[in-house]
Design a protein around this ligand. Structure first.
Ligand code: RB5
Length: 150
């Protein structure tokens, strides 16, 4: 699996830690920036980059980090086909895949520390979408997207 990573300046360090952690597990990792915590960058830039790379098929899943994980996930979720879930604990990360078929995990570098962050991505990448009764609900989200994309 190929994973795209993105962050703003506030979360470069956690993004790098998560990237190395997943790379050690054998995932192919692509870094879409930011690269320098000293250079301020606006979170929609990297949120959009990773989201578009995912819908283009360049990567299969994404990891996005900003101060809270909120701004960068909101930006990514504007790209049709993206389901980015902000999680600050592993249980929600796992359920975001099992029930919501999330394709991007987001978190806040000012909210979670590196060890908790690693547990969150581990649960996210080990989980599988359960389909069944959840399929229709995820389809309903896509239907809302279609309605407002016209
Ligand atoms: C940057 O200061 C901060 O606003 C950003 O990282 C993020 O938390 C926004 O949602």
């Amino acid at each position: 699996m190929k994973i795209g990573f993105g962050s703003d300046h506030a979360a470069v360090e956690l993004k790098n830690i998560l990237l190395e952690h997943l790379k050690e597990q054998g995932y192919e990792c692509v870094d879409y920036g930011a690269y320098d915590p000293a250079v301020k960058t606006d979170y929609p830039v990297q949120g959009q980059k990773v989201a578009e790379a995912l819908v283009r098929g360049e990567v299969d899943k994404g990891v996005l980090v900003c101060g809270t994980g909120i701004g960068i996930s909101l930006a990514a979720n504007k790209v049709p086909g993206i389901r980015a879930a902000v999680c600050s604990e592993p249980y929600s990360a796992k359920l975001s895949v099992q029930h919501n078929n999330a394709n991007i995990i987001a978190m806040g570098a000012r909210v979670v520390g590196p060890e908790l962050g690693k547990m969150i991505v581990d649960e996210f990448f080990q989980a599988s979408f359960e389909g069944g009764r959840h399929e229709n609900r995820v389809d309903m989200i896509a239907e809302i997207e279609r309605k407002y994309s016209k």
